[in-house]
Design a protein around this ligand. Structure first.
Ligand code: ATR
Length: 270
């Protein structure tokens, strides 16, 4: 019988995760079945129980259930604890375990696939929602010179910055988008105004010479953020398709005990 996994979300119809995990599994003829499950907004835990009863071994979790999933876990990894959210679940006996592979996936894509350096660089993060909380720990572990978190609601950026400042070797500063100043080498966008949404107005001159720009979302076309960064003279830009595949590879390895190749899967999705 196939080993059963799924992704929970609401909505979830758009998810590429089944394609990705089936492509991983086929690399070694691993018999994996990976489904999309739309959990009701008010009953994520019920959906999880039903999945377990169907023989589910593990699951990915996407919007809006990552925080609820975190609360349901009996044990979580350090990076999930930092994020306060999990995107990967698995059972050991009856115990539900959780990890958050988003940050590791993003860093792996930026550092290893794109070959961009974070260490010693000035990083600007746009947004201060769940997506940012998920990646801050692994981002700071790369030892940037500083991380500035800028958000429409300044207070949220300040709270998030304080949360991650503890135990970080790099300064983490939170502020609003208005009056944002300084020069940055790596700019990461996590403002979820949608693929076709407008970029919020930002001042010119934020990108230092040779700066690179990474959008956590992906699409067929360059995102509004990528276009903005190009206009601002970015040396390189990328969307977040690689992050999607790399966070999946981390989850797959937890579940299946072997590391899938990602390059071919990224090419397939493009
Ligand atoms: P996600 O899981 O994608 O991070 P989220 O937790 O809802 O989703 O966070 C959405 C982020 O996008 C927030 O930083 C939000 O800014 P606020 O905290 O001020 O709400 C930001 N965002 C969404 N729409 C935006 C817009 N039109 N302009 C600027 N920021 C926006």
């Amino acid at each position: 019988m196939s080993s059963l996994y799924c992704v929970f979300g609401n909505p979830v119809a758009h998810s590429r995760s089944p394609d990705i995990h089936h492509a991983f599994a086929s690399q070694k003829g691993d018999d994996v079945r990976y489904e999309k499950r739309e959990a009701p907004l008010e009953d994520f835990s019920g959906a999880l129980e039903a999945f377990r009863a169907d023989g589910g071994l593990g699951a990915n979790v996407t919007v809006p259930f990552k925080e609820q999933a975190f609360e349901l876990c009996a044990a979580v990894t350090e990076r999930a604890n930092q994020a306060g959210a999990v995107n990967t679940l698995w059972w050991e006996g009856e115990q539900l375990n959780g990890d958050n592979t988003d940050g590791a996936g993003m860093v792996k894509d930026i550092r290893d696939n794109l070959g961009w350096q974070i260490q010693g660089k000035r990083v600007l993060v746009l947004g201060a929602g769940g997506a940012v909380r998920g990646v801050m720990g692994p981002l700071l572990a790369e030892k940037p010179t500083l991380v500035r978190v800028a958000n429409r609601t300044a207070e949220k950026a300040q709270i998030l910055a304080r949360r991650f400042m503890d135990g970080s070797n790099s300064p983490v500063l939170g502020s609003g988008l208005e009056g944002l100043a300084g020069q940055f080498d790596v700019v990461i966008n996590a403002i979820s105004a949608g693929l076709h949404g407008e970029m919020p107005a930002l001042p010119d001159g934020l990108l230092a010479e040779g700066a690179v720009a990474y959008d956590m979302v992906y699409g067929k076309e360059p995102t509004p953020f990528m276009r903005w960064a190009q206009q601002q003279g970015a040396a390189a830009v990328s969307d977040g398709l690689g992050m999607l595949v790399e966070q999946a590879a981390e989850a797959f390895e937890i579940w299946r005990g072997w590391r899938p190749e990602t390059a071919a899967v990224m090419a397939m999705l493009r």
